[in-house]
Ligand binder design. Sequence first.
Ligand code: FES
Ligand code: FES
Length: 163
Amino acid sequence: MTTVSVTLTVNGKKVSAAVEPRTLLVQFLREHLHLTGTHVGCDTSQCGACTVHVNGDSVKSCTMLVAQADGADIRTIEGMASPGTLHAVQEAFREHHGLQCGFCTPGMVMSSADLLTKNPNPSEHEIRTWLEGNICRCTGYHNIVKAVQHAAATLRQTAHAAE
Ligand code: FES
Ligand code: FES
């Protein structure tokens, strides 16, 4: 079997492995590193359940080979907060009942966190547009949007307090 060597930083830890060249980033995270918070909902780049951060940008990890991510800094839902704590976006999803069945939630959280680093005060329209690549099959997106608005306010306050 032909393999390629990859070295990535995942949630702050350096990992190296020899993988088949066709290995997807999502497969590597779930099957090699057992980081199963990153979900596979479609495998065709539609649902966004597999969203992780690659060098700070949200990326659908089913659309990328792990070999393409060689040398990259990856963050998954498991690395969003230190153990026993929640990231402001996770906390807001819990508070605003944005979790629902929870399958899409990791991808929603990762996408939303990326949005809020790029746009700390998004309008409802901007949030809905940004999350178009993340599909939730449960209900309308109302609670998710409310959660993102709440997280945005919390993060703005935190940034303000740190100034
Ligand atoms: S599993 Fe990647 S977009 Fe659906
Ligand atoms: S919460 Fe169930 S699919 Fe979104």
